[in-house]
Design a protein around this ligand. Structure first.
Ligand SMILES: NC(=O)c1ccc[n+]([C@@H]2O[C@H](COP(=O)([O-])OP(=O)(O)OC[C@H]3O[C@@H](n4cnc5c(N)ncnc54)[C@H](OP(=O)(O)O)[C@@H]3O)[C@@H](O)[C@H]2O)c1
Length: 180
């Protein structure tokens, strides 16, 4: 499985339940990379999406501790997508094991772990690749962080894209692989 994340300085990823930074070229990269694939996420991340709608044309597997927290808005959005002929699916699972069971017949390189912080940490031991977009946006006020992959000694930076800029924020697309 593959984790995909956008990190600001200090590996910060979120603030008050929302992304720290909306970076359109990274959103486009995320859409192109995950379209047609399976995405695993936590309930907070689903709730952070516009109208709490699942990602279109992807299988959304959402971890939730308490099924009373399932949002009708999310179910309605998935149903509307289906009715419109899209391939959007929304599946709630109650545990790590249930999520792993749900993807057991899916090729591992077609399963993306898309956050948030608790889900990244939970699934990291099952992943061999992390697609990390590093940006230099300041992380003041951030309350959620991605693990610093290089400090663990378990990962190597296998690809570092060229530095690019968007409205004053510099960023690069990077890839980390688990050391064997
Ligand atoms: N920068 C990025 O690339 C990126 C990507 C994604 C998210 N984010 C940010 O990350 C933040 C959200 O992260 P988060 O850690 O607060 O929330 P999260 O991981 O999205 O969701 C946490 C929720 O998932 C459910 N959950 C977690 N572990 C579970 C388990 N083992 N079994 C069953 N359910 C489980 C629980 O849902 P219930 O309590 O509802 O039952 C829990 O409250 C937001 O700020 C978001 O914008 C950033």
């Amino acid at each position: 499985m593959i984790e995909i994340v956008n990190v600001s300085s200090n590996w910060a990823i979120g603030k008050k339940g929302q992304l720290l930074l909306h970076l359109p070229p990274d959103m486009q990269y995320f859409r192109e990379t995950t379209r047609g694939k399976t995405c695993i996420m936590g309930s907070t991340t689903l709730e952070s999406f516009p109208h709490m709608a699942p990602l279109k044309d992807r299988k959304n597997i959402v971890l939730i501790d308490d099924e009373k927290k399932i949002r009708p808005e999310s179910l309605a959005a998935a149903a509307a997508d289906k009715a419109a002929g899209r391939t959007t699916e929304l599946v709630y699972v109650p545990s790590l094991q249930a999520a792993l069971d749900a993807v057991k017949d899916t090729p591992k390189d077609e399963v993306f772990v898309i956050g948030g912080a608790s889900i990244y940490r939970l699934f990291l031991p099952y992943c061999d690749t992390c697609l990390v977009t590093h940006n230099d946006y300041p992380s003041e006020g951030a309350d959620t962080f991605y693990p610093d992959l290089l400090s663990s000694g378990e990962w190597k930076l296998s690809y570092e894209g060229e530095e690019q800029a968007y409205e004053g924020v510099t960023y690069r697309f990077c890839r980390y692989e688990r050391l064997q």
